[in-house]
Write a protein of this length. Sequence first.
Length: 140
Amino acid sequence: MIDFENRTGQMIDITLLHRIVTELNIGKVELILTDDADIKKLNKQHRNIDTATDVLSFPLEKMPMSPLGSIVISIDTAHRVSIAMNHTLIDELQLLFIHGLLHLMGYDHESDNGDMRREEARLIKQFDLPKSLIIRTEEY
C-alpha cells in the first residue's frame, strides 16, 4: 500500500507503483512527489548537500504495523531525465521508486559491493522497465 502525497500540480497515476509494492510484499510506504526546490531543501537538511536530487529515502524505525518509510521524488528531475533518456515519466517514476524502495529495504549502493545495483537490475527486468541511470552509467 502507498500513502501518496502529491505536492505538484501534475496528475500522476501511481497504479504501476502500487503493483511494485504489492509484488514485493513490503507493506506500506509513503510516497511524496515534489519539485526541485522542495527536494533541494530536504537534501540540504538531511544530507547537507545543497542541490536538488531525483529521489530521497527516509526509513522509519521498524515497528509492527509501521510503514517501511518515505520516498520523496522530484517530479522536475524525473521529467527532465525521462526526456533525456527517451522514456515516459511514469517509467522514470517507477525507476526512482524502486531505487528508493531498495534504500528503505537496507540497500546502499555506496557501500554494498554492488548488491543494490544487482537487485535493481533484477527488479527492472521483472517489471519490464528501461535501464536505470545507475545501470546505464555502469555500461560505459
